[in-house]
Write a protein that binds this ligand. Structure first.
Ligand SMILES: NC(=O)c1ccc[n+]([C@@H]2O[C@H](COP(=O)([O-])OP(=O)(O)OC[C@H]3O[C@@H](n4cnc5c(N)ncnc54)[C@H](OP(=O)(O)O)[C@@H]3O)[C@@H](O)[C@H]2O)c1
Length: 259
């Protein structure tokens, strides 16, 4: 098996966008634990409020760098990339984990019917779930073109167009479908420049985080994963990826999902 090779070196360099909590935070934790010489950049919009990420940094010291990265403020992405590019020549793994399904502050909730649609909420979903991830890649592009590397965009099965049998959740579904198209398009461009790159979309499965909290009642216990399990499962997929898998959409159990 030809592996993508990103995890074979001891001193891997990883960037996790959306590291303040939930799945992104757990990716930071597990990568630092499994790779004792890894350097992880944890991107989050308000480092001062990211208490759990700060606690993790107290445990691991300089192996975790917390860096401001607000998907609503493009200049923070440019500044983040400038800082990383001054210190690094490549990234082995880039994970885009930020995502939004509901937001008390703006009143965003998954829509049940067409009357629930709001232009500003749709814009917010697209900005965080799709556009932001691609802008992160745009600014970190100089670090992704040469070496073996993996870009993993955390998507959602409900973003699959052919798997949509229930309807509803317009903004979340459509923004994740947009992320999926971005993923495929990026896989094609990066594949032309870097034959050792893999770009994939991943469905984490329903995971016990703040994002899924309001929607957990109908989820059977064995289908609601602890965040530790979700990240362990997704890392298994990432370890096994080969460049032939680039441009694909994988579920938590390693099965391929239809776009
Ligand atoms: N949990 C599930 O069941 C499930 C299922 C399918 C897919 N997913 C996907 O998995 C990914 C991670 O979700 P999660 O469950 O870990 O959710 P979560 O615990 O709610 O975490 C969401 C993350 O997104 C970040 N974020 C929100 N707005 C941002 C912005 N403007 N700029 C930068 N970061 C921003 C949050 O940062 P702040 O702390 O600053 O708000 C937080 O780190 C998402 O893409 C989600 O769509 C989750």
């Amino acid at each position: 098996v030809i592996s993508s090779g990103w995890s074979e070196k001891a001193n891997i360099v990883v960037f996790v966008q959306g590291a303040s909590r939930g799945i992104g935070l757990e990716f930071c934790r597990q990568i630092l634990e499994r790779h004792p010489q890894a350097l992880v950049y944890g991107g989050c919009r308000r480092p001062q409020d990211a208490k759990k990420l700060q606690e993790l940094q107290q445990e691991v010291g300089k192996r975790l760098e917390i860096i401001t990265c607000d998907l609503n403020a493009e200049h923070t992405l440019a500044a983040m990339a400038k800082e990383i590019c001054q210190k690094q020549t490549h990234l082995d793994l880039l994970i885009n984990a930020s995502g939004i399904l509901h937001d008390k502050q703006s009143g965003l909730k998954p829509e049940k019917r067409i009357e629930d649609l709001s232009g500003s909420h749709l814009m917010q979903s697209f900005q965080i779930n799709a556009i932001g991830a691609m802008l992160v890649v745009k600014y970190l592009w100089p670090l992704l073109r040469r070496q073996p590397c993996v870009i993993a965009n955390i998507s959602a099965k409900v973003g699959s167009i052919s798997d949509n049998h229930l309807g509803g959740w317009y903004g979340y579904r459509a923004s994740k479908a947009a992320l999926n198209m971005f993923t495929k398009t990026l896989a094609i461009e990066l594949g032309r420049r870097n034959s050792e790159a893999s770009v994939v979309a991943l469905h984490p499965g329903t995971t016990d985080t703040e994002l899924s909290k309001p929607f957990q009642v109908n989820v059977p216990d064995d289908r609601l994963f602890a965040v530790e399990r979700t990240v362990a499962q997704l890392l298994e997929i990432l370890y096994k990826l080969t460049p032939a898998d680039s441009g694909r959409f994988f579920s938590w159990d390693g099965s391929e999902l239809p776009w």
